[in-house]
Design a protein around this ligand. Structure first.
Ligand SMILES: CC(C)(COP(=O)(O)OP(=O)(O)OC[C@H]1O[C@@H](n2cnc3c(N)ncnc32)[C@H](O)[C@@H]1OP(=O)(O)O)[C@@H](O)C(=O)NCCC(=O)NCCS
Length: 176
């Protein structure tokens, strides 16, 4: 397994092509998954990186976002996935979204990358002062459910939210 080669880190200028390929790999895929938040191919890539750098500080956040850290999973200089950490929960995140969101590009799945990104994210959560991490997944997302459970997620409940087409399984991980 190559997952031990994966490095979870912020986006860098040299990632431009790989990042754009990753964005394209998710386009029109069902179920829909937003690989890059607030990304627009027409703005210079360096500007996008600068924008991401502001988010942990609460600067230039997209509407309704809390401060967050956006990281990419890189193997042999190729982006294989991304993970974002929300620094605290608002009402929506507490009920539905959780602290962590992640995705692995379709061609790179089933190689342990999601688990490895998740594993590397937990100490970062701890550094951010998050002691209990909430992670959620669609009730029919078996892949994500397995990742969360294998990483120690303790199931709390299934949502019963009339806003949702697919209910969410909510899990917590306590960080020592
Ligand atoms: C869910 C997702 C992140 C899994 O990524 P991945 O890199 O393929 O996951 P891993 O390789 O780390 O797999 C971890 C475990 O889950 C299992 N798994 C992964 N995808 C699976 C699937 N579709 N069905 C069943 N099991 C699956 C793996 O076999 C592995 O278990 P094992 O160690 O017993 O073999 C990926 O499918 C994805 O990006 N999906 C779209 C976006 C998404 O759903 N994100 C999560 C939002 S909560």
């Amino acid at each position: 397994m190559e997952s031990n080669k994966l490095k979870l880190r912020p986006l860098r200028p040299e990632d431009e092509l790989s990042f754009k390929n990753a964005v394209a790999a998710f386009r029109n895929k069902m179920p829909a998954f937003e690989f890059a938040f607030d990304f627009d191919e027409s703005i210079p890539f360096l500007e996008y990186i600068k924008k991401l750098e502001g988010w942990p500080l609460g600067k230039g956040l997209p509407d309704k976002f809390v401060p967050s850290t956006f990281l990419v999973g890189v193997v042999d200089r190729q982006i294989v996935g991304r993970l974002s950490i929300r620094h605290y929960l608002n009402d929506f995140l507490e009920r539905i979204g959780g602290h962590i969101g992640y995705g692995v590009i379709p061609a790179c799945r089933r190689q342990g990358y999601a688990m490895e990104m998740f594993r590397q994210a937990l100490p970062i959560c701890s550094d951010l002062g998050i002691q209990r991490v909430l992670i959620t997944c669609d009730m029919d997302n078996l892949g994500s459910r397995k990742v969360i459970e294998k990483c120690g997620g303790i199931f709390e409940n299934l949502t019963e939210d009339p806003e949702l087409k697919v209910q969410k399984r909510r899990y917590w991980i306590d960080i020592q």
